[in-house]
Design a protein around this ligand. Structure first.
Ligand code: GLA
Length: 417
């Protein structure tokens, strides 16, 4: 667990590529020589805008100082030799392999095989590499460890081949490629949020992303004396893939029906709360709940970002009205996810309930796909100590599980060192 003291350490390390010396040493131990470079991609936490990305809507995530790192040396042939240190597994493959991926291939390596294959299919130069992989983005906790892996792998293959920096303009296209890796190599029909924030995150800013046009804006968080606290339920997201794909299909079904009355709509993003209210009775009960949530969530993201923009630079000690509005929207988002979209679970609900009962907590919600994973809360700094104690004890009392709490720094997106 992160304590208040080692939080300061974390913040210091996030700015310091010294965090990369252990992986350099491990690479040397495995391959007997130093790596040429390290590709490093962050995980993310989404502040608001959940399950809106695959509905062409809005999201507002931040990149966090938890990273997936790949230390790399270019090879002179077309082989890719990989050692995943955290799971003690290895794998190698040829960039020219055209056979289906063998059944026993480790799950993590499918992301690298997928990235290499799609980069080549899109005409990009890709080189063979020796690599070690390690990171501190918790796996399966809803903080986008798999997106960080695809993004770091993309930078690894491209940098090994061309040794030139990836331009800002190329990043949205690379995010879309990493999203296809999830669809085609992991079977998750995810949206574009996780890969985009991992590539485009900016220190102390949220990414206000329009998932249809892919236009984005870095919005300063100005949280002043508040922190972002992530609480891990430690419940694995068993249902995540199947239920996720089901939700996506339900939303598409909703649009199909609503188009009879709203022919201009091509996704839920095109339907306003007012128009939805006029036609919601036409939908089957479950589809109605799913659509209501997404349509309301899109409106909440827009309102939350404008509330944040009202916070003037350097807003100091008080939790002002705009931050309260932001927090209330986070709470409402959680309720929609729990009651209408039905992707929360007892443990996520419990963590948000405990959090909201603490004075100084501005808002709290589940984050990511749901069915386990993490919550995100905005907490006044002077309430952090109480927050840590109460969340840990009360959650443990009721579930028997020790939660993990990460007080994260909002970081830059993926980089090559
Ligand atoms: C997962 C997906 C994202 C997004 C979230 C829910 O993280 O990868 O594309 O849909 O769930 O907001």
């Amino acid at each position: 667990m992160v304590t208040l003291t080692n939080r300061k350490e974390n913040l210091k390390n996030s700015k310091n590529p010294d965090r990369l010396s252990p992986i350099t040493e491990r690479f040397e131990a495995v391959f007997g020589t130093a790596p040429t470079f390290i590709a490093s991609a962050p995980g993310r936490v989404n502040l608001i805008g959940e399950h809106t990305d695959y509905n062409d809507g809005y999201v507002f995530p931040v990149a966090i100082n938890k990273y997936l790192n790949i230390a790399v040396r270019k090879r002179s042939d077309r082989r890719v030799v990989l050692h995943a240190l955290d799971v003690s597994e290895s794998c190698d493959f040829s960039l020219d392999a055209r056979t289906p991926i063998p059944h026993q291939t480790p799950a993590w390596s499918r992301y690298l095989i997928g990235v290499a294959s799609l980069l080549q299919a899109s005409g990009k130069q890709v080189a063979g590499i020796d690599a070690v992989i390690t990171g501190d983005v918790p796996i399966g906790a809803g903080l986008s460890s798999s997106a960080a892996l695809s993004v770091a792998a993309t930078l690894a293959f491209l940098t090994a081949a061309s040794e030139t920096a990836i331009s800002e303009n190329d990043k949205p296209e690379l995010a879309a490629l990493c999203q296809r890796v999830e669809h085609e190599f992991a079977g998750v029909k995810c949206g574009i949020m996780d890969q985009t924030i991992s590539l485009l995150g900016q220190e102390n800013c949220g990414l206000f992303l329009d998932c249809r046009s892919l236009e984005y804006e870095h919005v300063p968080l100005n949280l002043a004396d508040h922190a972002i606290a992530i609480c891990n339920t430690k419940v694995k997201r068993e249902l995540a893939t199947s239920e996720y794909n089901k939700r996506r299909a339900e939303c598409e079904r909703g649009v199909e029906i609503l188009r009879r009355w709203l022919p201009g709509a091509t996704s839920l993003r095109d339907i306003t709360v007012t128009d939805f209210k006029k036609h919601e009775e036409e939908l089957p009960a479950l589809t109605q709940k799913r659509c209501r949530y997404v349509i309301e969530e899109n409106a909440r993201v827009v309102a939350a970002v404008s509330a944040l923009k009202c916070r003037s630079e350097g807003t100091s000690s008080r939790t002002d009205e705009s931050l309260i509005a932001f927090g209330n929207l986070m709470n409402a988002s959680h309720h929609g996810l729990r009651d209408d979209y039905q992707v929360s679970c007892t443990e996520l609900d419990l963590l948000t309930d405990i959090a909201r009962d603490i004075t100084g907590v501005v808002g709290s919600r589940m984050t990511g796909a749901g069915f386990g994973g993490c919550t995100v809360s905005i907490v006044r700094n002077d309430a952090l100590e109480t927050f840590q104690t109460r969340v840990t004890t009360e959650y443990h009392q009721k579930t028997g599980i020790e939660p993990e709490i990460y007080l994260c720094h909002v970081s830059n997106g993926a980089q090559v060192f």
